[in-house]
Design a binder for this molecule. Structure first.
Ligand SMILES: [Zn+2]
Length: 344
């Protein structure tokens, strides 16, 4: 009996049919990329182009630390060729999703798994890796994507992973990372300054923490800062603006755009504040002249509003991932909206 007639017999008999799955190899058409968070799916699409189909299991309005590892998420991951997570203990729930998916291609350590945050200069690294008092940032601050330059690093990591599972298109993925880098540079600094100084050089100064001083230099009788456009063109004039935040998720945004976080409502990441912590916070915020208390939409707006009131400031909900609201379907529009909420 040949295979076709065997299958027909089984189908007619009503027995369950499993067509032999000869290939653990990814399909030839498109690679299925599943990411933990929506901005990573956007990055994967930029880097993979038409070669990939990327979806996120988390939603932009979810707390990225606390996504429920449901069977539906596991089913998504069961079909994936590549699984992407930020790492640094941000998505502690991802391990359970991976376990439930039973997809050997994408388990941690396999060729189809990547930590997109690898190689990012990590901020707020504690002296000891500890979850003392419930701290949910034991390996440093994992909210890296709020600095646009870190999204380029995520792109590099995803491109390297795609090249591992699909080496014949490696050159294409590498080229797409360069396109992503150029797009982020132009969005960050404006096309004019990128032309004048080169995006690469601006990136280097930004990383080194010397960009803001560099922009004060004269160029043909004008300050370089006057040539600044893009996201930083909006944020730079307001650098040093003091804010209070709910969760300690803003250091990368602080480094990118120059706001100054005076304090957090949470006493430690993931830990409810004590009254004495809040009294101290209100005092410091008033002294610093804080006018904005910012929080991701999934944190308590009631608590944030009451603290803002005590300070004499305004509570502002700011989306922190792609698709958190219909206004930010991609990464560039996310940063647009974030800057508009924080600064306008
Ligand atoms: Zn966090």
């Amino acid at each position: 009996m040949n295979l076709i007639s065997l299958l027909s017999t089984l189908v007619l008999s009503g027995l369950p049919v499993t067509i032999p799955d000869a290939d653990a190899e990814p399909s030839q058409e498109t690679l299925r990329v599943v990411t933990t968070l929506p901005h990573l799916a956007w990055v994967a699409e930029q880097v993979g182009g038409e070669r990939v189909e990327a979806t996120a299991v988390g939603r932009g309005y979810n707390d990225p630390h606390r996504i429920l590892p449901t069977p539906i998420l596991m089913q998504e991951v069961a079909k994936a060729d590549l699984f992407v997570e930020v790492g640094m203990s941000l998505e502690l729930w991802a391990q359970r999703v991976l376990d439930g998916a039973r997809n050997a291609r994408v388990r941690r350590g396999a060729i189809g798994h990547v930590f997109a945050g690898r190689g990012v200069p990590v901020l707020q690294v504690p002296a000891n890796v500890t979850r003392a008092q419930g701290d949910i940032h034991p390996q440093g601050n994992p909210h890296i994507w709020l600095h646009p330059l870190n999204v380029i690093v995520e792109g590099e990591n995803i491109a390297a992973a795609l090249s591992r599972i699909d080496p014949s298109h490696a050159a294409e993925y590498e080229q797409n990372v360069e396109t992503l880098r150029k797009m982020i540079h132009e969005r960050l600094y404006g096309a004019e300054l990128c032309e004048l100084i080169t995006g690469r050089r601006l990136e280097r100064y930004h990383r080194a923490g010397t960009l803001f001083d560099f922009l004060q230099r004269d160029y043909r009788g004008e300050k370089l800062a006057d040539r600044l456009g893009g996201w930083l063109g909006k944020a730079y004039p307001k650098r040093g603006m003091p804010v209070v935040v709910y969760h300690r998720m803003w250091p990368y945004f602080e480094e990118a755009f120059g706001i100054r976080v005076v304090g957090e409502i949470e006493e430690k990441p993931g830990v409810e504040p004590s009254n004495s912590h809040l009294d101290e916070l209100v005092k410091n915020a008033q002294q610093a002249g804080v006018k904005h208390v910012i929080h991701a939409p999934y944190y308590s707006s009631t608590k944030t509003r009451s603290i803002a009131e005590r300070i004499g400031a305004e509570a502002i909900a700011v989306p922190t991932d792609v698709d958190a609201t219909p206004e930010c379907p991609d990464y560039p529009s996310l940063i647009d909206i974030m800057l508009a909420r924080v600064y306008d």
